[in-house]
Write a protein that binds this ligand. Structure first.
Ligand code: CA
Length: 519
């Protein structure tokens, strides 16, 4: 905090006609891992504009999602509740527009509210964005090019690259907004979500080969069965479109369907054939493979470079929005948030995708620039996406409604962590063995040092989950001694006291939030 006291800032801000509160621009990417943000120490990419939010803001290094999946995380962020409360368990469950969310509270308090970009909580009238004066959102996942938008209930076409379209729509909204009110603008990007289509101007970026992660060839020993069973391996489970490839020999029947009945097929991993030819869809360049290791490395390079190139457009978008705030004289009175609905595996453990409580997908980036309040700090305390809603309301000077289960971390943003701050994050993934990714259902907690996971491994009738129950298992990781999470210490007697303590924490957390354990 620089200079002035918090109370003084609040009094000196706002236009006095609505609430004495700052404006907000909340920017959320889709599947952006901290390992692809230079402010978090990534050496893969220079995200110079996102990093501006770290230089002038607060960088949270232990922010976690309560469910590492798009729709459930978005529901938790908007409502400040866990998924067993808001009902958004899976990718296909919708958030009823009747459900309360923090934007409705801002709107009622006099804020002008807008959302542009990805919604992903239902496309019909009963689940379209609510609490927003203006919405201009993608249908479902949207498309990287020429995507269709739902503009306040009416379908409209767009032309161009989706990240740029969302950016220009956002800038236009800022320029034409109701200036008599403070505003809250949510800018929800599609990128860097699968299938990682980048803007052509970045085609030539990342020419050099990128080093494989240390755990790329993980054999999943010493872990619960779930790690080895997941079908999210770069080596085996990427489809042709993921890498912008077609294969010319054998027609469309080469490769396994991504799930039963699907026409989309995976690129083979050369277990079943001696040679495969692949062709770049855009350039026509031809690649031939007979060595499984060479093919696996090729897939990784294609994957990581496509992913990083989509992040370049995201970073450019953040730069444009920050420049817009500067030009309009709004930067001083506007809180800017950058986050992602969850993290992502960038080849760690051989994986792409998310869903797991394992660190790479569990951790969310969270950078908040609160002018006059933040100046390049790093906050190592544990916060969760269910905490976002109460925190943003707190910044706006509004109380946290009793239905919200998260807690305001405004004091952390001010660099004043309360001594009794609970250092726990809870995660539950419900979509047991969905037919494409085969990740097992689980719940668990992480504190500053340890992570406890219970693989209850049942579908429980959740849509999109299967009933193929597996025997339950426990996992326990020492995140300081074993940050890559390679050794399950659940049965290790040296950790028995800590395991008991973490089991008690898990029980207490589930009891507190009303989630039902499986025994
Ligand atoms: Ca996502």
């Amino acid at each position: 905090m620089s200079g002035r006291k918090y109370e003084e800032l609040i009094v000196s801000w706002g236009n006095g006609t609505a609430v004495k509160s700052p404006n907000f621009v909340f920017i959320m990417a889709d599947d952006h891992a901290v390992n692809a943000i230079s402010a978090y120490g990534s050496t893969l990419i220079n995200t110079k504009h996102i990093d501006r939010l770290a230089s002038d803001g607060m960088c949270f290094t232990h922010c976690y999602t309560t469910n590492s999946l798009c729709a459930p995380s978005r529901a938790a962020i908007l409502t400040g509740t866990y998924n067993h409360v808001n009902g958004v368990y899976t990718l296909t469950t919708k958030l009823s527009s009747m459900f309360p969310n923090f934007v409705k509270h801002l709107q009622r308090a006099g804020y002008s509210t807008g959302i542009i970009g990805k919604w992903h909580l239902g496309d019909d009238k009963s689940s379209e964005p609510s609490g927003f004066d203006h919405f201009d959102v993608l249908l479902g996942q949207g498309d990287y090019y020429d995507s269709v938008f739902n503009l306040n209930g009416k379908l409209t076409n767009s032309t161009g690259y989706v990240t740029d379209v969302i950016t220009s729509k956002s800038v236009r909204w800022l320029e034409t907004r109701d200036v008599s009110k403070p505003f809250f603008l949510m800018v929800n990007h599609k990128a860097p979500h699968r299938e990682w289509e980048n803007h052509p101007k970045y085609d030539d970026e990342f020419q050099d080969n990128i080093r494989l992660p240390d755990t790329f060839n993980d054999n999943y020993d010493n872990r619960a069965k779930a790690a080895g069973a997941a079908k999210i391996r770069i080596r085996e489970d990427l489809k042709y479109d993921d890498l912008g490839l077609v294969q010319p020999v054998g027609g469309a029947e080469v490769g396994q369907p991504i799930k039963p009945g699907s026409k989309e097929r995976k690129i083979p991993d050369l277990k079943d054939s001696n040679v495969i030819t692949l062709i770049d869809k855009k350039t026509g360049e031809k690649f031939e493979f007979s060595d499984p290791e060479y093919l696996a490395e090729f897939k990784y390079q294609r994957y990581i470079k496509r992913y990083l190139r989509t992040v370049l457009s995201l970073d450019e978008s953040v730069g444009n929005i920050l420049d817009c705030l500067d030009k309009m004289g709004l930067a001083r009175d506007t809180v800017v948030v950058y986050t992602s609905d969850q993290g992502f595996f960038l080849g760690e453990h051989g994986w792409f995708d998310k869903r797991f409580i394992y660190e790479e997908s569990f951790q969310m980036p969270l950078l908040i620039r609160y002018p006059g309040m933040t100046s390049g700090g790093v906050c190592p305390d544990i916060v969760s996406n269910v905490d976002f809603a109460p925190t943003l309301l707190d910044i706006a000077g509004l109380p946290s409604p009793s239905y919200m289960q998260g807690r305001s971390f405004l004091k952390l943003l001010m660099g004043k962590t309360p001594p009794n701050w609970e250092q726990i994050a809870y995660h539950r993934y419900w979509m047991h063995k969905d037919l494409q990714h085969n990740v097992y259902a689980h719940y668990g907690v992480r504190d500053q040092r340890y992570k406890l996971i219970y693989w209850y491994n049942e579908g429980l009738g959740v849509p999109g989950a299967t009933d193929g129950a597996e025997p339950p298992e426990w996992e326990f990781f020492d995140c300081v001694e074993d940050p890559l999470e390679l050794i399950n210490c659940y049965g290790d007697s040296r950790y028995s006291d800590e395991v008991s303590r973490m089991r008690a924490l898990l029980d207490a957390k589930m009891s507190e939030i009303g989630d039902v354990p499986r025994h």
